[in-house]
Design a binder for this molecule. Structure first.
Ligand code: GAR
Length: 212
């Protein structure tokens, strides 16, 4: 247990990606453990998942702070009290301040429901359907100052089927998210995945941004 990586997971909602990380970390050989889950919403279902797994959880509501900078300062303080080696955003639906991103630079991962750089932002599934795309998917990336624009770590493709709705598509994309996020965290925890001079490297080689 002692040389496992400590991860703080930030959520805002359902927490199915959190669950995937919790489940991965149940395997003894998995090199990371979740030291805390923090939500900006007190009604996030993911908090129950943390509770059920015996993981420390906290709510820090953005409504209690005057602006993004003061909220993010309080959030950093709370995160740092758990001394994590990695912060994993898992459906944390907030834009992060520059100070926050700089503070965790190189140890801040996000999962996004699209094949980035396509479909940054919100409502990705509906936008993919509206554009008549045949391919969709999910991406794990390092977080940098460009929103949803940081270096890619892993992607997984999903075919868009005729008759798909935003909900059916989201469900298939989530299945992939639940595979690639624990994989990316594992690589990071093993010291194989690093952000070097703004480039995502796996085993000291620049990552191929093709899909997996
Ligand atoms: C996931 O699809 C995640 O990729 C997305 O929110 C969902 C959270 O689901 N994140 C974003 O859109 C971030 N911009 P979950 O709470 O069940 O993990």
């Amino acid at each position: 247990m002692n040389n496992t990586l400590s991860v703080v997971v930030l959520i805002s909602g359902k927490g199915s990606n959190l669950q995937a990380l919790i489940d991965a970390a149940k395997v003894e050989s998995y090199p990371a453990r979740i030291s805390a889950v923090i939500s900006n919403r007190d009604d996030a279902d993911g908090l129950r998942r943390a509770q059920d797994a015996g993981i420390a959880w906290k709510v820090l509501s953005h409504r209690d702070y005057a602006d993004r900078e003061s909220y993010d300062r309080a959030l950093m303080e709370l995160i740092d009290s758990f001394n994590p080696g990695l912060v994993a955003l898992a459906g944390f639906m907030r834009i992060l301040s520059e100070d926050f991103v700089q503070h965790y630079y190189g140890r801040l991962l996000n999962i996004h429901p699209s094949l980035l750089p396509k479909y940054k932002g919100l409502n990705t599934h509906q936008r993919v359907l509206d554009r008549g795309e045949r391919q969709h998917g999910a991406s794990v990336h390092f977080v940098t100052l460009e929103l949803d624009g940081g270096p890619l770590v892993l992607q997984s493709q999903v075919l868009v089927l005729s008759g798909d709705t935003a909900e059916t598509l989201a469900a298939r994309v989530l299945e992939q998210e639940h595979i690639i996020y624990p994989q990316a965290v594992k690589w990071f925890a093993e010291g194989r995945l690093k952000l070097v001079n703004g480039v995502a490297m796996l085993d000291s080689k620049q990552m191929n941004h093709g899909t997996h």
